[in-house]
Design a binder for this molecule. Structure first.
Ligand SMILES: [Zn+2]
Length: 460
């Protein structure tokens, strides 16, 4: 994503998601990618030159109270950081990088010496190669990734400007007629010189790789169709019948082509490409990586949800009927087919559902999902589901209260968990249920008043 600021050059934000086998798991892995120290000028002269010129924060604070990062006398980016002998993992998403107190410093123009506490985290190879400001950080938890996405997709810069005309001034002076001051303001796009050049040359504003093919999930004859006002109904129906969705075209391809039947719906885009014009799948000729993403379906949607479960397990289905035919017996519903395939015997599906949703949804959305699962899916052990996912289910409550909680994986401060349970109960109440209706779900003490987060000492 390209971001323009009011002045200076454009910024590019990259979010790299590593394959499971490449994930950075240990702090040694972190250190091999990110450094927050001044490079050795003898062994890494080029990196030293770039880091000392471009990767030192500020200076700000007492030395330079007028620095742009300063607000109410404090650096908004928390520089200078403190020294640390080793890199440490942090459960709130960002690690604390190694910054050794080894006597290294960079002397800036006014004679002030900046040491390792002032270094912006970077990758030594990248700064060496590009001789530019490149900040590299590790977002180790899904919590930070979600907020990063919001940052990546933030909108354009805007500015408020005043239109001024001498006639207006004359009116103002003489107070001849009432002035609508709001109309005199215009909320307008701010386009900097570098942004205008970027757009004139049609450079890309954002991109994503590998490509993602979204896969429709709809019940028989429930797909979307579009038509113009006043169009002939028969034409609309004929067109809808001939225009296949990614799902009905998958059935068709399985019917026509034996080789297609080895894959589930979700795996299909790895081997076939979607022809947008012809509305059909074609065998992939080149080996490009493509990720198939089935649209998210809530368990409260009933049959559509069970259809979705079948689609993630069944290979080579040739029709909706065929999808719910198990060992020659055609089930009456997709749910029955899931039961016959033993897909609903334990809470695996609900576990997978919460896990998938927690990567993209906020805590509040997840609590609604959790309630749907409680109400509509009869989980066997709701309290285990709660315990396994409560970090994600409480995430926004932690975030909204501006507290960097250093909780250990499953260990959330009681006060946060209690608040999340109150909110769960509120949603359940709308459906005429209570937490105590579900076996072993934790029940918070009776709510006496609103919690004042700032008065209780639970930050550690
Ligand atoms: Zn600062």
């Amino acid at each position: 994503m390209i971001e323009f600021q009011k002045r200076g050059l454009p910024h590019a934000h990259f979010l790299l998601i590593l394959a499971p086998e490449d994930k950075l798991r240990s702090t040694d892995n972190y250190d091999s990618i990110v450094s927050a120290e001044i490079p050795n000028p003898v062994t890494h002269p080029l990196a030293y030159e770039t880091v000392s010129k471009m990767m030192m924060h500020g200076p700000c604070g007492v030395i330079n109270p007028a620095a742009p990062c300063m607000k109410d006398g404090v650096c908004q980016k928390h520089y200078p950081k403190s020294f640390h002998e080793n890199t440490q993992k942090d459960n709130n998403g960002y690690p604390t990088y190694r910054r050794r107190n080894n006597g290294c410093f960079v002397e800036i123009s006014n004679g002030f010496r900046l040491d390792n506490r002032w270094v912006v985290p970077h990758n030594v190879d990248l700064v060496t190669k590009h001789n530019a400001h490149i900040n590299v950080e590790i977002c180790s938890s899904v919590l930070s990734i979600k907020y990063l996405y919001k940052y990546v997709y933030k909108g354009h810069d805007r500015a408020t400007i005043t239109l001024y005309h001498e006639n207006i001034q004359r009116i103002l002076d003489h107070q001849a007629e009432p002035i609508d001051e709001i109309k005199l303001y215009l909320d307008a796009r701010y386009v900097s010189a570098s942004e205008s050049i970027w757009r004139i040359f049609h450079y890309r504003m954002h991109g994503r790789s590998p490509k993602v093919q979204r896969l429709a999930v709809h019940l028989p004859n429930h797909q979307y169709i579009t038509f113009q006002d006043g169009e002939d109904l028969q034409d609309v129906i004929d067109r809808a019948n001939s225009r296949k969705t990614t799902l009905t075209a998958w059935f068709q391809e399985n019917m026509d082509n034996d080789a297609a039947r080895m894959y589930t719906y979700g795996e299909f885009p790895n081997y076939y490409t979607w022809d947008m014009k012809q509305h059909m799948w074609r065998p992939r000729k080149t080996a490009t990586i493509m990720i198939g993403r089935i649209y998210m379906v809530q368990p409260s949607e009933g049959e559509r949800y069970y259809l979705c479960i079948l689609l993630t397990h069944v290979r080579g289905a040739t029709s909706f009927e065929n999808l719910k035919t198990i060992d020659g017996y055609t089930c009456g519903s997709f749910k029955e087919a899931c039961i016959r395939l033993s897909l609903l015997q334990d809470d695996d599906e609900w576990n997978a559902c919460l896990l998938e949703a927690s990567a993209i949804q906020s805590g509040k959305q997840l609590r609604h999902l959790f309630v749907s699962i409680l109400l509509f899916c009869q989980p066997v052990n709701p309290e285990i589901l709660w315990n396994d996912h409560k970090v994600a289910l409480c995430e926004d409550i932690c975030y909204q209260n501006h507290v960097l909680i250093q909780f250990q994986n499953d260990n959330i401060p009681d006060i946060i968990e209690r608040e999340a349970l109150y909110q769960l109960e509120d949603i359940l109440l709308l459906n005429g249920k209570l937490l105590k209706n579900f076996p072993n779900m934790p029940i918070p003490p009776t709510k006496t008043s609103n919690i004042n987060y700032y008065n209780e000492d639970w930050t550690n």
